[in-house]
Ligand binder design. Structure first.
Ligand SMILES: NC(=O)c1ccc[n+]([C@@H]2O[C@H](COP(=O)([O-])OP(=O)(O)OC[C@H]3O[C@@H](n4cnc5c(N)ncnc54)[C@H](OP(=O)(O)O)[C@@H]3O)[C@@H](O)[C@H]2O)c1
Length: 358
């Protein structure tokens, strides 16, 4: 039996789903892979809990309950107010560990680099460390011991497809097009169905599909980070600033409070109604598309043929269409759920298993 110690940063929605999935997989992974995954350290934004022998099932459930109730790990009997994340790597230090980054901050970068220097593996759903300077991306991914499937497509294996079906087969990429935002998929499908932009944004926010400030989703930067990660995976040395990003709201609405923004949304309804009608007149529909071609990437609202794979996409599903030398007539298309903590956690767990197998 191979025992792999896990060190996890982040115990929010995705982090809790990862812990639940690790616990649920235990019997299966023991007989299937001879693999035992134990949690030796967990950290949230302010606190940490460390147990070099591995936390028990019951202890982990207590932590999950506390975090789901909005508490800090320091509020449990296992937690303490933490210092630097790098200290956690030091304290928990042991061979063959895997660090799981399910935070939403670039602050984890130094701890990830330290872990990689120690020979640990790392599995990320957090895009931010990979969307900083290209130099940091190279330092993080150079060893091949950092995997990041869930950063694009929320667990739908877009990165695995790109690596295995295209990069490893030396199949030159002509173009990649994709819808990589569940939230913006929900909006564009709703527009196509004749609903107003303001009503859709209000509903998406109420359902928790958007960040508390919906401009964080409507601004397109999250999709731009995903396009950047795909481009860098292809070996294109782009920076985030090289990617033109078209927000779904005009610059004058970028300032001001969330309440002001929500109140101003109906001003945009007529413009979107006209855009939808203009697209429909040509058998097209609107999608928020990331395009990668000839070493460049862009992110914008686009008219796509209704009959195309992107045009047929519904709701929050994500889709990547790879146009390559081999797939030149019909693109290689991958589609699946593009949001949600369980799909994201599934991608993280698959990365952990792949790292444990090395
Ligand atoms: N939700 C999805 O459907 C989805 C899909 C794909 C990818 N992702 C990515 O997955 C990541 C996690 O998403 P989420 O929805 O779980 O976010 P979340 O609920 O906001 O959870 C973030 C967690 O990170 C912790 N954290 C923040 N700063 C930290 C720091 N400096 N050190 C250690 N922990 C820190 C937070 O601590 P506190 O608990 O103390 O606040 C919290 O536990 C994000 O990067 C997101 O983009 C999410």
């Amino acid at each position: 039996m191979k025992t792999i110690p896990l060190i996890q940063f982040g115990l929010g929605g995705v982090g809790r789903a990862v812990v639940q999935r690790v616990l649920a997989s235990r019997d299966d992974f023991e007989w299937r892979y001879g693999l035992q995954l134990i949690y030796v350290a967990i950290s949230d934004s302010r606190s940490a809990a460390i147990e070099p022998d591995g936390f028990s099932h019951a202890q982990l459930l207590t932590m999950l309950e506390a975090k789901a109730a909005g508490q800090s790990l320091a509020d449990t009997e296992f937690g303490y107010a933490r210092g630097e994340l790098t200290d956690i790597i030091d304290v928990a230090g042991m061979d063959d560990a895997i660090v799981i980054d399910v935070t939403a901050t670039e602050e984890t970068t130094d701890a990830l680099l330290l872990a990689l220097r120690r020979g640990y593996g790392a599995a990320l759903a957090n895009k931010k460390p990979l969307a900083g300077p290209m130099e940091a991306f190279r330092a993080l991914t150079g060893s091949g011991r950092l995997r990041y499937e869930s950063t694009v497509g929320a667990g739908t294996p877009v990165i695995a497809m790109l690596r295995q079906a295209i990069i490893a087969s030396h199949d030159p990429v002509q173009r990649i097009e994709g819808c990589f935002s569940g939230t913006l998929g929900f909006l564009t499908t709703g527009l196509e169905e004749g609903r107003s932009f303001s009503e859709l944004v209000t509903e998406a926010r109420a359902l928790g599909f958007t960040e508390p400030d919906p401009r964080d989703d409507l601004g397109g930067m999250d999709v731009a980070r995903k396009a950047l990660i795909l481009a860098r995976t292809l070996g294109w040395p782009l920076e985030l600033t090289n990617i033109p990003v078209e927000p779904l709201f005009p610059p004058e609405l970028a300032e001001g409070s969330v309440d002001d923004f929500m109140a101003a949304l109906p001003q945009l309804d007529e413009d979107y109604r006209q855009k939808v009608a203009a697209a429909r007149a040509q058998d097209k529909t609107l999608r928020y598309v990331a395009t990668l071609a000839e070493g460049q990437a862009s992110v914008r609202l686009q008219e796509v043929p209704v009959a195309s794979a992107l045009g047929q996409l519904r709701g929050s599903d994500n889709l990547a269409a790879f146009h390559t030398e081999v797939y030149n007539q019909t693109p290689l298309v991958l589609q699946g759920r593009g949001a949600g903590v369980h799909g994201t956690a599934a991608g993280v767990l698959a990365d952990i298993v792949a790292l444990a197998d090395k």
